[in-house]
Design a binder for this molecule. Structure first.
Ligand code: NAD
Length: 328
């Protein structure tokens, strides 16, 4: 077993001197991954067209010679000079608001972006790492979801653009592994939150923080009985890097199995913020999953990884970020 807690500041010595290309590295999760990589001593080439990301997410790395940001669309031909050890693909609109606004781009980046990343990894003999999602399980008929579950996805519903892009990306990744021998990793990320999230990205946690901090009722879809399991970003990135450094080539769930209803989440955010403006109910979106909870047995067995940060602790760590960006 690995020891369970390592600091982002220099935790993964195995990465020292390595070169990682991080596609979508200026987004919420990608920017945390870039930070951990650089602080672990790796060189990072972050490639991002900033469609939903923001260069401000990585400004703290700009002065470091080990880091560079390239503003580029990864659905175009992708070339990087010199040796590359890892190609990590986080590029994709990820919140429902974003992928419903850019449905074609979401399908393109999942398909062509992943294809370009795999081509780059193949040409450099690098490990290819795909950021997939729990959305490959769709509206699941089993709870919690193990990696062996094939999912329940509506391919033609509005959410299908994201879910199917990721399912295609997983299939393409495995095809490159089988046909070309590319060394691949696939993480199925369950809802993750923390500093650097955009207050307007439409996901539940930013929406709840924004409302609570601005003294407006928190928007809950349906009757709020649908469940989610929310992982603090540091736990997520630790799981991601452990997977990167492992030899596990089939998908691994990374998420926090603490399952909570949306109504309970709204109440918890109000408690943590210390303001209780109440709840406002909105119509439930099409194909909104009713339950979501990772089975993380595989991550525990293969990576020695388990989420360590409770929901309340993670929300407390996230509060200063939303206070800062909202000027609250
Ligand atoms: P995000 O929107 O903050 O980050 C995505 C990044 O990809 C952005 O910086 C965006 O500008 C970039 N991007 C999009 N299209 C691009 C293109 N064509 N070329 C270059 N860059 C492009 O979202 P996030 O929450 O950080 O998600 C990152 C990845 O993790 C996504 O692939 C997402 O599907 C996956 N994921 C995230 C979560 C979560 O809870 N945050 C859950 C499951 C999966």
């Amino acid at each position: 077993m690995f020891d369970m807690r390592r600091s982002a500041l220099g935790g993964f010595r195995e990465l020292e001197g390595r070169h990682a290309v991080v596609m979508g590295g200026a987004g919420f999760l990608g920017s945390h991954v870039c930070t951990w990589l650089v602080y672990s001593g790796a060189r990072v080439t972050c490639i991002d067209n900033l469609i939903t990301g923001n260069a401000a997410n990585v400004t703290h790395l700009m002065g470091d010679k080990k880091f560079r940001l390239i503003d580029y669309d990864v659905t175009d031909f992708l070339h990087v000079e010199g040796d590359v050890d890892y190609v990590m693909n986080f590029a994709s609109p990820a919140s429902p608001v974003d992928y419903l606004k850019w449905p074609i781009h979401t399908l393109k980046v999942g398909a062509f972006g992943t294809h370009k990343g795999l081509g780059l990894a193949m040409s450099k003999d690098a490990v290819f790492f795909l950021a997939s999602t729990s959305e490959v399980y769709g509206d699941p008929l089993v709870n919690p979801q193990p990696e062996t579950y094939w999912g329940n996805v509506n391919p033609i519903g509005p959410r299908g653009v994201y879910d199917e892009a990721k399912r295609f990306a997983e299939a393409l990744t495995l095809a490159y592994q089988r046909e070309h021998g590319v060394d691949t990793r696939i993480v199925r990320i369950f809802n993750t939150y923390g500093p650097k999230m955009r207050p307007n990205d439409g996901r539940a946690i930013p929406a709840f923080f924004k409302a609570a901090l601005q003294d407006k009722p928190l928007p809950v879809f349906g009757d709020g009985s649908q469940t989610r399991s929310l992982c603090y970003v540091d736990d997520q990135v630790e799981g991601i890097l452990r997977l990167l450094l492992s030899e596990e080539t089939s998908p691994v769930n990374i998420g926090n199995p603490e399952e909570i209803s949306m109504l309970e989440l709204a109440e918890t955010v109000q408690d943590v913020v210390g303001n209780h403006p109440g709840i406002e109910f909105h119509p439930i979106p099409v194909d909104d999953p009713k339950v979501r909870r990772p089975d993380t047995t595989k991550a525990e067995e293969v990576l020695g990884w388990k989420a360590q940060i409770s929901l309340r602790e993670g929300l407390e760590k996230t509060t200063p970020w939303f206070r800062e960006v909202l000027g609250a």
